[in-house]
Write a protein that binds this ligand. Structure first.
Ligand code: WT7
Length: 644
């Protein structure tokens, strides 16, 4: 990646109609937010959100804790639904859905209001109320969004757990939240097979005394055991539901959801987002980054189990009054044309996906997209990992036909909304760069001591000021919150990413600087996989590193030393991969397991992951090895690869 890469300026035709058109317009927004943040955000909040009671002041910053729109009362479910019912959006499609088997639904804002009110009234009738916790473990069906919006309507703190997570991972989350309610389904469809969610939920719920109710949606129609008293079919509850269930006026800082993500230890972090600031920034970035227009059909291919699904399938698009498309299944089912077929069929205008998906589809050849009419597309987006120039170029040429700007959006579960990305009618693209910050965001590249680096120098990416959709804390662990984000450089938000800024002020994200891997745009901690491996009875020690992978960006590579005894390593390799899938989820399954009698350690016994990274990346070891206990270990590990 270099600054010599051509800039792709906003196409004139696009810029002419854009929500933010031209650099001067972007700069004016940016400057105003920087110089007068209270005025900037206060005006937007007043205009863009419904308030039951207005706030007293815009923000209150007691580092590292922030409050936005202090003293105000609002409700995100109201902002996503009710607010649109008195105007032309009443009968506009809110959620356009396609199931993997090909079933379809188009749910208008009015209909969404009915579904959410009915479901919320059922939860309310069963005694669930503001401040209680719910786990949502569902396939990509409209009811998943309905469940989220029903919780938000009542102020129930919800945590969506990605359907690909195992029962073990689900259980850990139920326990951490002490959730009273679990909302799930019999199963969902993935590559023509049923993912049996209720079975996993049953396994998880044993040993979770907090769970009083489990609501089960019938999706696949397969037989699932129902536990008397605890389990209820969604349709049974719905049969007697009331349609009158007004949104609760909630404090601006009322906890909205907790989303677990990997940190540097084995225990996932419960990222807490609150109500008003999150709502505002999710909605504004829809307009700024996706240039949302009233008539757009917008499709984000993420799963609602990740933050992208929260902010850019459900909350952001609905708060902005969009038509948001949701697809249940896999991109390669029944064949590699599925995404392009969906774009053609629903005349999708804005398409937002991950570099991993782009690379996987690129490899299948141009005949798949070329078999479909993609002329409805006007804007493309990328998220989750750096996009390599070859994938960018293909996305631009073959999918966007050279007409559509690409927005490369940098953000994190913690940031709640996109922080660095081009406004496509204003800021030109350089393939691989997230370009410029959003209004109100002050990112910088700094050294170990927090001193700004010059242009084009690599350093840590930090954010100087709190923003409305920032995480507020880690659920039940404010100390870890301080430690993880605010202590590396005291009082400054530490992203965990390395970056550089070029002479044009464009940001280039270079990847994580901590022990966090990025596999298919999903965050995974090395420690989490290591702890799963050492729970296996045959394993003595494990060290995990990410290795470069052509499609998924990184793949999990595990170095394992076994306890004494006779082992069939070929069989055990398979078993351990399966074990990790069971302990965490299939997406965490190591691609490679290398057995070794010992792992490289410092004299104080710390595993030297840096050396293992060298081995998987270059098959050589560079840098300082003077603290290494036994050099032979390294030689053997490197040699093993040559044999294999
Ligand atoms: C990490 C956050 C943002 C939602 C999905 C992932 C990496 C994210 C980009 C991008 C380069 C990116 C960073 C970040 N990342 N977007 N456009 N270019 N890297 O959310 O699981 O919280 O992961 O993903 O390393 O820190 P997440």
């Amino acid at each position: 990646m270099s600054d010599l890469t051509a800039i792709y300026p906003p196409p004139a035709e696009f810029a002419a109609k854009a929500n933010v058109s031209g650099m001067a317009a972007y700069q004016a927004l940016y400057d105003k937010a920087k110089e007068h943040p209270e005025e900037f955000w206060g005006e937007l909040a007043e205009k863009e959100l419904h308030w039951f009671e207005k706030w007293n002041h815009v923000f209150e910053w007691n580092p590292p804790f922030v409050k936005w729109f202090v003293g105000g009362k609002t409700n995100l479910s109201y902002n996503c639904i009710d607010r649109h019912l008195n105007g032309p959006r009443k009968n506009k499609v809110a959620i356009l859905w396609e199931g993997e088997p090909g079933d379809q639904r188009a749910i208008t804002y009015q209909e969404l209001h009915r579904l959410v009110s009915r479901f919320a009234s059922c939860l309310k009738a069963r005694g669930h109320k503001a401040g209680d916790r719910a786990i949502i473990y569902m396939p990509m069906v409209p009811e998943a969004a309905v469940a989220m919006l029903a919780c938000a309507r009542l102020g129930i703190v919800h945590s969506v757990v990605f359907g690909g997570f195992s029962s073990e991972a689900l259980k850990a989350r139920i326990l951490d939240l002490e959730a009273q309610l679990v909302i799930t389904a019999d199963g969902g469809w993935r590559r023509g097979k049923e993912i049996r969610l209720k079975d996993a939920a049953d396994e998880a719920m044993t040993g979770c005394p907090s769970v009083k109710d489990c609501v089960v949606l019938r999706r696949t129609g397969s037989t699932v055991p129902m536990q008397e008293g605890r389990d209820h079919w969604w349709h049974d509850l719905d049969a007697t539901a009331s349609e009158d269930c007004p949104a609760e006026p909630l404090d601006s800082e009322h906890p909205l959801y907790v989303l677990y993500t990997s940190g540097t230890t084995g225990k996932p972090k419960g990222i807490l987002h609150t109500t008003a600031g999150y709502a505002l920034q999710a909605a504004m970035t829809m307009k700024w980054v996706f240039d949302l227009k009233e008539e757009d059909t917008y499709w984000c291919t993420a799963d609602i189990g990740w933050v992208t699904g929260h902010s850019y399938i459900v909350y952001g698009p609905l708060a902005a009054g969009a038509t948001t498309l949701m697809y249940e299944g896999a991109p390669d089912f029944p064949n590699f044309g599925r995404f392009w077929r969906i774009i053609e069929k629903y005349k999708v205008n804005i398409f937002y996906t991950s570099p991993t998906a782009i690379r996987a589809l690129l490899r299948q050849g141009d005949q798949w997209p070329n078999a479909h009419d993609l002329s409805s597309l006007r804007l493309l987006g990328s998220v989750g990992e750096p996009i390599n120039p070859a994938a960018w170029e293909w996305y631009h040429r073959v999918i966007g036909k050279g007409r559509c700007p690409i927005v490369d959006t940098w953000w994190q579960t913690e940031t709640g909304a996109i922080l660095i990305a081009p406004m496509p009618g204003a800021v030109g693209a350089k393939p691989g760069s997230g370009t410029l910050p959003m209004p109100g965001i002050l990112p910088e590249v700094v050294d170990f001591n927090g001193n700004p680096m010059g242009d084009d120098r690599e350093g840590f990416l930090i954010i100087r000021r709190p923003w409305p959709s920032m995480l507020r804390t880690l659920w039940g662990d404010p100390e870890r919150y301080k430690e993880a984000y605010w202590s590396r450089i005291p009082g400054i938000y530490f992203t965990g990413d390395a970056a550089r800024r070029d002479k044009d002020g464009y940001f280039w994200i270079l990847g994580r600087v901590d022990d966090v891997m990025n596999v298919s745009g999903h965050r995974l901690s090395t420690m989490e996989v290591e702890s799963a491996l050492v729970r296996h009875p045959a394993v003595a020690e494990a060290a995990v590193v990410g290795k470069p992978h052509e499609v998924t960006g990184q793949a999990v590579c595990a170095f394992v030393s076994l306890k004494k005894g006779d082992h069939d390593t070929a069989a055990l390799g398979k078993e351990l991969r399966q074990w990790v899938a069971h302990e965490i989820g299939a997406f965490a399954r190591p691609e490679e397991i290398r057995f070794s009698e010992a792992l490289p350690k410092t004299r104080s016994g710390k595993i030297m992951r840096r050396l293992l990274r060298d081995i998987v990346n270059n098959n050589t070891v560079s840098g300082d090895v003077t603290t290494l206990e036994d050099m032979n270990v390294l030689t053997r590990l490197a040699a093993q690869h040559d044999e294999g």
